[in-house]
Design a protein around this ligand. Structure first.
Ligand code: C2E
Ligand code: CA
Ligand code: CA
Ligand code: CA
Length: 279
């Protein structure tokens, strides 16, 4: 009876803690993912709305786990944040994306911007500016081609500190974009105090553009306000011709989404770039 009770407890415990077990498995694996070469980047096209010409690529991290297969970033990036592993992983992403940009240049491909996501924990790292300067130096990438993507919540924490940090980053010659814009609690008028180049309109507003609801009004208002503040706009998650048309009419400069291309391996992006912008 005792034995039975224990098994029952174990089963119960495993079932109710499935999330915790998965987390533990992922966390253990993530600790070795970098050194074992299990992380890699995919690149998603960012195109000019007026003519579909590729102007950039967002670097998106992927993890090929030895037996769980491809783990989506939504599962491992928050975990990396929580454990602090995002610092070495984020540094690797920065360096890998910069190296790839240089490699594409050396292959004679037309220059495109490379968007790199920064996490909150990285942004709070007091060595961040030095680390990025070092990576720019080591890889020899053109900083003018590098755009760091930051989210609103990262910026609104401590306005004074944020402005100083952004100016330092901007001083390295890189560009800055606000990611997932509209989902946080910042206002565009507040952002005018920051040296930001671009606003990336969150996919949630783009999704329902044709639904006749509030989202079209919100997206339209974001574009208009960004224009008045001299900020470039990029809409995320564009999947249809109708969404593209709406955004084009409102003057949104760039779009990113499955309509033009999904995130793809570096070689595939190079082939795409060659095809679309080559000559
Ligand atoms: P994000 O920065 O907002 O990246 C855009 C996400 O939207 C990507 O998901 C991309 O595949 C997806 N997406 C793009 N176009 C479409 C579309 O037309 N339809 C739909 N349904 N989805 C689209 P992904 O690659 O799964 O990345 C998810 C999130 O994980 C990213 O959101 C970002 O927050 C985070 N992430 C990914 N890589 C990194 C990284 O290297 N560092 C950090 N800190 N975060 C990362
Ligand atoms: Ca992003
Ligand atoms: Ca985004
Ligand atoms: Ca909506």
């Amino acid at each position: 009876a005792k034995e039975h009770g224990r098994n029952t407890w174990q089963r119960f415990s495993l079932e109710t803690n499935a999330g915790a077990v998965e987390k533990l498995v992922l966390e253990t694996g993530l600790r070795h993912a970098l050194e074992r070469g299990e992380l890699f980047l995919h690149y998603q096209p960012q195109v000019r709305t007026s003519d579909g010409h590729p102007v950039g690529a967002e670097a998106l991290c992927r993890w090929q786990h030895p037996y769980l297969g491809l783990v989506p970033p939504i599962k491992f990036i928050p975990l990396a944040e929580e454990t602090g592993l995002i610092l070495p992983i984020g540094a690797w992403v920065l360096e890998e994306a910069c190296r790839q940009s240089v490699a594409w240049q050396e292959q004679g491909l037309p220059p495109v911007r490379i968007g790199i996501n920064l996490s909150g924990r990285q942004f709070k790292d007091r060595h961040l500016v030095d680390k990025i300067a070092e990576i720019l130096d080591r890889t020899g990438v053109d900083p003018d081609l590098v755009e760091l993507e930051l989210t609103e919540s990262m910026l609104m924490d401590d306005a004074r500190g944020t402005a100083e940090m952004l100016h330092k980053l901007r001083g390295l010659g890189v560009h800055l974009a606000i990611d997932d814009f509209g989902t946080g609690y910042s206002s565009l008028s507040y952002l005018k105090h920051f040296p930001i180049d671009r606003v990336k309109i969150d996919r949630s507003f783009v999704m329902d553009l044709e639904g006749g609801g509030d989202d079209a009004a919100i997206a339209g208002a974001i574009i208009a306000m960004a224009q008045s503040l001299n900020l470039a706009t990029l809409a995320e998650g564009v999947e249809t011709e109708g969404q593209l048309e709406f955004l084009r009419e409102r003057g949104c400069e760039e779009i990113q989404g499955y309509y033009f291309g999904k995130p793809m391996a570096a070689e595939d992006f190079a082939a795409y770039l060659h095809r679309e912008a080559g000559n």
